[in-house]
Design a protein around this ligand. Structure first.
Ligand code: ATP
Length: 223
């Protein structure tokens, strides 16, 4: 299981400071929810932790290794080999079947097509998607598409899963089903999870919640 850490991270978009000394430590296998007001820097922090954005200052560590100093290409390989992603709108590839979408990270990692599809298939029963393997994203409900996206995020057994508003486009019951599956699957694989959400009910699935305010991270104190 892999730890994730940001130390004193700052990042501005032009004149707009998005992060101003944000620090967070996520323990191996831990599930942490990032909450906070709109525009406070949640997504920017997630993108820094996931090696998508490089901070102007501070450090990002994954599994004890510094990742913000890696080259663009090294970060791209790290994301492909170690990280899974789930976004608000599943962002499935519309031309591919659900099964091919789930297999995609494996195919990109060099696994042969037949082996990749074999590895993708069990996810359909596991996530209550049995029978939908051949559908394209336009033929799936929002909740089904998001479960396919979740399977795609986890199929390569990533060390870390980054989820940005994974239930943001779903009604609350469907969102809770997706969160139940996300948490159960991540725990089973020992995947460390960082999740951005506006919704307290979604954040409650995490082991721990933090709040980002004005580009800094505060621990959430329960009253
Ligand atoms: N690509 C970008 N270009 C310019 N400014 C950006 C960009 N991305 C984010 N920002 C700005 O950085 C700040 C933090 O944005 P960020 O998306 O991280 O906030 P957030 O907390 O995730 O917001 P929300 O909850 O509304 O998604 C905001 O002021 C935003 O306008």
């Amino acid at each position: 299981m892999k730890a994730i850490e940001a130390r004193d991270v700052a990042l501005s978009f032009g004149e707009t400071p998005a992060l101003r000394g944000a620090s967070i430590s996520v323990a191996p296998g831990e599930i942490v929810a990032i909450m906070g007001p709109s525009g406070s820097g949640k997504s920017t922090l997630l993108h820094c932790l996931a090696g998508i954005l490089v901070p102007d200052a501070g450090e990002i560590h994954f599994d004890g290794h510094r990742i913000d100093t890696l080259s663009e290409q090294q970060r791209s390989i790290l994301r492909r080999d170690q990280f899974g992603f789930v976004f608000q709108f599943g962002q499935l590839v519309p031309e591919l079947t659900a099964e091919e979408n789930v297999a995609l990270p494996l195919l990109l990692g060099g696994v042969k097509r037949a082996a990749a599809l074999n590895q993708a298939r069990p996810w359909f029963e596991r996530l209550g998607l049995g029978g939908l393997e051949g559908r394209r994203s336009g033929e799936l409900s929002g909740g089904q598409a998001q479960r396919v996206a979740l399977a795609r995020g986890l199929v390569a057994r990533p060390g870390a899963l980054f989820a940005d508003e994974p239930t943001g486009a779903l009604d609350s019951l469907t969102g809770e089903q997706v969160m139940d599956l996300l948490v159960a699957s991540a725990r089973e694989q020992g995947t460390t999870v960082v999740l951005v959400t506006h919704e307290a009910r979604v954040a409650a699935y995490a082991d721990r919640q933090v709040i980002v305010r004005d580009g800094k991270v505060n621990a959430l104190v329960h009253s």
